[in-house]
Ligand binder design. Sequence first.
Ligand code: MN
Length: 195
Amino acid sequence: MKQRKSKIRRKTNETDVFVDLNLDNNAKPDISTTIGFMDHMLELFCAHCGISLKIKASGDTHIDDHHLVEDTAITLGLALKEAIGDKKGIARYGHFLLPMDEALSYVALDLSGRFYLSYEADIKFQKTGFNYDLIQEFFYALAFNAGMTLHIKMIKGRNNHHIAESIFKAFGRSLKQAIARAKGKKTIPSTKGVL
Ligand SMILES: [Mn+2]
């Protein structure tokens, strides 16, 4: 079967992002966004999704991390959409309930071609380190550009890092299910015949 791959470079006056994706290979993640926390989350996502992902991203982080996080998500979303392709024979849906120590999060997604995001995560503001508010921005941009219906719900948690990990890992596991190809199946998983 042909491997589902994509390579996208998206450059603006604010950021420069390159994404190289293969849904049918599982190499070690190669992620460099200059934001250590994002690298950590994307590596977890990639490992739990079972895909090959290379990201090289840089941008105007002297302002704050907003543009770079958002543009990385836009580019990753576009790359996912392109690699997923016509969706013939894929599972389409995925969901996962994932514990990370005291944190517990649920993700459910549909590769419907339609954007929807429901994001409920009660992450406390913290003065230093990564701005956890950007996680919602990340998933908004990713789901919009991938054409994905995405529900994210933090069920419990105390530590921000643990909560974030539980969300990114649950997202990776859910996407792994949704992009999985059933052997011999060639049909588009919709009664409409198109997704
Ligand atoms: Mn960690």
